[in-house]
Design a protein around this ligand. Structure first.
Ligand code: 1CP
Length: 329
């Protein structure tokens, strides 16, 4: 969840050196270094490849820019002609530096530290492509609900591109992949199956056909009680849960069948102190006995004191399952 990035001073330096965010993503030496920065500083168990979900539309030929400090800006895709103009055949060439970075990170990571690859889920990437920027994504919803057969064509392109992107990251050394559906939560329940579940299932099926043993983590942010049907219907191996779901609910409803990742609210990393460590322990008490990846419920916020991330890692490492506290295992 953005464990690299703006809260680390060493990131700011490389970001300035690169000039633009996308140059940072597409320059393997820099992307490798940024990926490794948090691992070197804090000793996490996994690195997430430094890239962005919007490199896929960029590779498809949509112009994507990131202004300094502002969100992304894309040339909007609004018509069937715009969809027909997308260029899936450019993917491999355009994203070659991302794959080179993945390969080098996989080689550089210490033994026992995993590399996680990722992509945006089709719905979330389509939201940015149609809208042209972040926000309420009303234009994307309008197209999806009003002319579903047209919008489906964009989703179909993204299903193929996303699967291809994940398959290649696994080939270059990613040991797990995560699908970020950051805007799944803006879908009404009546549209959830069509635009969140079905495309995700198609991506997972394509990926699993090539990499049956590489775990897929799904993150349909903000979807609360829909998480269970999401996990059942998509075929993901693990579910990343945001902070809106209680750790106890996830332990009861999801963890018997799926590994869980989450779910600390990133604002606790701004708060720090015992408020932070108490919350970490509560999450671990609920989920730590089963298959669980401790993580945030969303990305690290700019302005997070790096010392609080160090405190988090220390608190997670110090935690012991009930009954084993005294054994020092
Ligand atoms: O230097 C800068 O100013 C750029 C800030 C930044 C960073 C550090 C952006 C722009 N993207 C990233 C990296 C990033 N994005 C990673 C890297 C690996 C890591 O976690 O360390 C990952 C996994 C992402 C994924 C991503 N990008 C998502 C899904 C996760 C989420 O946060 O919900 C989304 C929605 C994006 C789009 C995006 N890229 C950048 C921004 C600021 C945004 C969000 C725009 C918005 O608010 O709508």
């Amino acid at each position: 969840m953005r464990q690299a990035g703006r809260y680390l001073p060493e990131y700011g330096e490389l970001r300035r050196q690169a000039g633009s965010f996308l140059t940072l993503c597409y320059t393997p030496e820099l992307a490798v270094e940024v990926t490794l920065q948090p691992v070197k500083r804090f000793g996490m168990d996994a690195a997430i490849l430094f890239s962005d979900i919007l490199v896929v539309p960029d590779a498809l030929g949509v112009e994507v820019t990131f202004g300094n400090g502002n969100g992304p800006c894309l040339t909007p895709v609004r018509t069937l002609q715009d969809i027909a103009a997308l260029r899936p055949e450019r993917m491999q060439h355009h994203l070659a530096p991302v794959y080179t970075a993945a390969e080098r990170v996989a080689q550089a990571l210490p033994e026992g530290v995993a590399l996680i690859g990722f992509a945006g889920a089709p719905w979330t990437v389509a939201c940015y492509m149609v809208e042209g920027r972040g926000g309420a994504f009303t234009a994307a919803k309008l197209w999806a609900f009003g002319k579903p057969e047209e919008f489906q064509r964009l989703i179909d392109v993204l299903v193929e591109a996303t699967a291809e992107h994940l398959i290649e990251q696994a080939r270059r050394g990613a040991e797990a992949v995560q699908l970020f559906d950051s805007w799944a939560g803006i879908l009404p329940s009546s549209e959830f199956e069509r635009w969140c579940i079905a495309p995700t299932r198609s991506v997972v099926q394509r990926f699993k056909a090539i990499w049956p043993d590489v775990p897929v983590i799904g993150f349909p942010r903000g979807t609360g009680c829909m998480l269970r049907s999401y996990a059942e219907a998509t075929g993901v191996d693990a579910v990343s849960v945001d902070s809106g779901v209680s750790a106890e609910w996830a332990a009861r409803e999801l963890q018997p069948r799926w590994a869980i990742q989450g779910n600390l609210d990133p604002v606790y990393l701004l708060v720090g102190g015992t408020e932070l460590t108490d919350r970490i322990r509560a999450i671990l008490d609920a989920l730590g006995d089963g298959p669980f990846v401790f993580n945030l419920g969303h990305g690290v916020l700019p302005g997070t004191p790096p010392g609080n991330v160090a405190l988090l890692v220390e608190a997670v490492r110090a935690w012991r399952p009930r009954g084993e506290e005294a054994t020092g295992r």
